[in-house]
Design a protein around this ligand. Sequence first.
Ligand code: SAJ
Length: 447
Amino acid sequence: MQYYLKHLKERIKEKQIKVGVIGLGYVGLPVACMLADVGFQVVGVDILPDRIKKINKGINPIEGKEPGLADLISRVVDMGGLVATSNYEDLQSAGLVLIDVETPIDENHIPKYQALRSACHSLAEVIQDGTLIIVESTIAPGTMARVVRPLIESVSGKESGKEFFLGACPERVMPGKLLRNLHSMSRVCGGESPEVAEVMVTFYRNIVKTDLDPADLITAELTKTAENAYRDVNIAFANELALICQSVGADFLKVRELVNKSPGRNVLFAGAGVGGHCIPKDPWLLAHGSQGTVDLKLIPAARAVNDSMPKQIFLLLERALEKFDIPIRESQVAIWGYAYLEESDDVRNSPSQLLYEILKSSKADVILQDPYVPGYQEDELDSLENCDAVIVMVAHQVYRRVDLNEVKNRLKKPIIIDGRRVIDPKEAVEAGLQYYAIGFGSNQLIK
Ligand code: SAJ
């Protein structure tokens, strides 16, 4: 193994290496803290002065409930293990640098790499010979070869694989479980050479207590984007099957239960849409990685199916209001759930936002309610005042437990649209409500 890599490995084992982390958000901050907690000296770089200030005071700047993170930040900052800065010069003495910046896509589903390019450019201006640079952000396959390597080589004047080294180790964290995931989820250590991958495994072994799989760069990039594209395609299948069940009068949940009794089947849950910061984006990163060499049909089609689900909810509402001769433009509707996921306050790419826009463009009055999202936290029953219908968009527990008789009493019209199948249809009808749901054939109630 090259001198530099051998020396890196020794310094990692002795923890005699300063680690840089660029981007102190959902991914970068927890990993910076965990590395400091196991004895590395960590320098975190971010562009947000307020976030830097909070971290250096030992305060957690990340919203949402992240068990253990606030205590961990205050502990590692107190012990001097983690220092946050906006100054890339502070990375000069780092022998290993992680890049954890955002990698969004634009309206044409093309990756927006401004943050990644800026981080690489600024880092390249200060790196010393022998530095290992690992991109943890989720990136389109081929990005390390086409974007990261040439940029760092041209700015630093150094040669990758000789004077500095490149790795890709995509994060696998979920909001609300950041620290647990970092410990317990396997990681792919993609190195530009097997020797680099080996050094990465040695490094991550300090914080990851499960499989660390050495691979090459493209395999690591493909794995992360494929695992989320896989989930998106499977959710889309559930959604399309649900629309078939709905149209032929069956109950998707019953069909799903029986299909999944067949070995090797695992139909997921149909619902009001697919939100979050991973699943709507990563299929497009995977698609971009194919660079137009494959005529992709399934991945884009799955995205279209999932993005159409809020419109399917709208069509159910239109049908329900028609029975009372109420046009959408004269209706008032309560949307229960604004987060993208149950028991979460994260609203990124929330299907509820899309439904809200569709309703507003149809001139309906819309009330948003969500127990987790600041600004929408009024009592769920109070939110129904003067409403002609209520739409459940997120499977928050509070909606599962709601008193359906009270719902009936508060609504102007007895319409409930269950976008996540959290309400029992029979109980809804017994309470005098007209029940509609994705994947629920209307004649299911006729007995
Ligand atoms: N959804 C459905 N039907 C399903 C599952 C999810 O409509 O059967 C919807 C959810 O309501 C949500 C969206 O899809 O709006 C995404 O839900 P998710 O459960 O996939 O949660 P995420 O976005 O937090 O996905 C993360 C991902 N983890 C990482 O990127 C490291 C994903 O790979 C995981 O599979 C997922 O968590 C998980 O399994 O919890």
